[in-house]
Design a protein around this ligand. Structure first.
Ligand SMILES: [Zn+2]
Length: 267
């Protein structure tokens, strides 16, 4: 069965919308699950059984189950005017934003790449990156359950050298990790402060696996520029933490995604 370019694009846009809705669930539930696992207590006001599937989609405020017809990506948020149908508490703008971003990123991949194994890999990789970006932005956390699959997926996508030859991808993963690891320790020894988190090393390792080591310098330059931008934005809006720490994961994710979806020919 062959698919026309328009069918492929429409199909990927819709898949992206649904994926965005699933990502919203991961973005707010995964950190709660990780905090529970760390602290070994379940006294956080959420139900006893709490994972990615249970309880069913519910309002984070009143915990009322959301019926499927109020859970349609993007549309429901617009129809409900951003409020919970039950308790009228406003629903974070993050929900429609994540759904829209995921749909657009997935659509962009369909626009650039023909239907097939690589486009699907790239779409799944982008979804992992979006979840990482949002969780790091809100929680300053890059969960291993997201960074490590991103790394495996990157190596798998490059098995036949779709974006970089496999050897460059393996060296990219190792160099990405080592580079930030060395930066972390030099910074710690010189200033006594932690400049980065371990999650950042793993994320750059994953991006190295996707892009190959040759693209790491441009990726890091772009991420650092984005970092300066994010720092200034947080500072100007008064949302910078007192110790000046801010998440670097979103900057790596954006710079990395740009490199991942740019085919060699366009680079
Ligand atoms: Zn509610």
């Amino acid at each position: 069965m062959s698919m026309s370019a328009n069918e492929w694009l429409a199909c990927m846009l819709l898949t992206g919308l649904v994926a965005g809705s699933v990502l919203n669930c991961v973005i707010w539930r995964l950190p709660v699950m990780m905090r529970r696992a760390d602290s070994n207590t379940k006294e956080d006001g959420f139900p006893e059984r709490f994972n990615l599937f249970l309880p069913r989609s519910c309002c984070p405020c009143c915990l009322q189950t959301i019926p499927f017809y109020h859970n349609i990506p993007l549309l429901s948020w617009l129809l409900l005017r951003g409020r919970c149908h039950h308790c009228r508490v406003s629903i974070s703008l993050r929900y429609p934003l994540i759904e829209l971003t995921t749909a657009l990123c997935t659509g962009w991949i369909a626009w650039c790449w023909p239907p097939g194994w690589y486009a699907l890999c790239l779409a799944s990789g982008s979804w992992l990156l979006i979840a990482l970006l949002a969780i790091d932005l809100e929680q300053m956390l890059l969960p291993d359950v997201l960074t490590l699959p991103l790394l495996w997926l990157g190596l798998l996508a490059n098995l036949h050298g779709a974006i970089a030859p496999l050897a460059d991808a393996v060296v990219g993963a190792v160099t990405g990790y080592l580079f930030l690891w060395i930066f972390y320790w030099s910074f710690l020894l010189l200033s006594g402060k932690e400049g980065l988190g371990y999650g950042d090393f793993k994320l750059l390792a994953a991006l190295g696996a996707w892009c190959g080591w040759q693209r790491l310098p441009i990726l890091l330059t772009a991420a650092s520029l984005a970092g300066i931008g994010l720092f200034l934005l947080l500072r100007l809006t008064g949302r910078l933490r007192e110790d000046g720490a801010f998440p670097f994961g979103p900057c790596l994710a954006i710079a990395g995604w740009w490199q991942m979806v740019t085919p060699l020919a366009m680079w």
